[in-house]
Design a protein around this ligand. Structure first.
Ligand code: FES
Length: 148
């Protein structure tokens, strides 16, 4: 066996040895259908926090919510009700904050303002904030994954 044949056999042997390992490493992973921190109930709602934390902080921002961040606030015009929006500003993607005294979501980047139902109150944003279906169940705040 000359040097060239030896190197050819070594190359084939190397591929045969490492190919299964490479295929396993590159194979797609099973998509996560549920995050352990977001248990899903039978109606498709996911828990994003506790009512006590919402009342204490005035808002709950969950950046890890499956499918996009969610910001939950109390709707002061409707006793006990809550609102949940995707807080990514449609103008350029900054995260809006809830200003309870104004009853508006305000973008810190270019001052767009949105009503509690996500509608644009002041530009430059032209599109509303996507909203989620949300409800309270016991001490849990539940949000449905699909945006309305
Ligand atoms: S990113 Fe929100 S107004 Fe520009």
């Amino acid at each position: 066996m000359d040097r060239r044949e030896f190197l050819t056999w070594m190359g084939v042997g190397g591929i045969a040895t490492y190919l299964p390992v490479a295929l396993v490493a590159c194979s797609p992973k099973e998509p996560k259908t549920e995050s352990p921190s977001h248990p899903v109930n039978s109606a498709g709602f996911k828990s994003v926090g506790k009512v006590a934390d919402l009342d204490k902080n005035g808002q709950i921002l969950d950046k890890e919510f499956p499918g996009g961040a969610v910001l939950v606030v109390r709707n002061q015009d409707s006793q006990g009700a809550i609102a949940a929006v995707n807080p990514s500003c449609p103008h350029a993607g900054c995260i809006v904050a809830w200003k309870a005294e104004q009853k508006e979501f305000v973008c810190p980047c270019h001052d767009s303002k949105f009503a509690i139902d996500g509608k644009v109150v002041q530009g430059p944003a032209k599109k509303p904030l996507p909203i989620y279906e949300a409800k309270l169940e016991g001490d849990s705040i539940l949000v449905k994954g699909s945006k309305i």
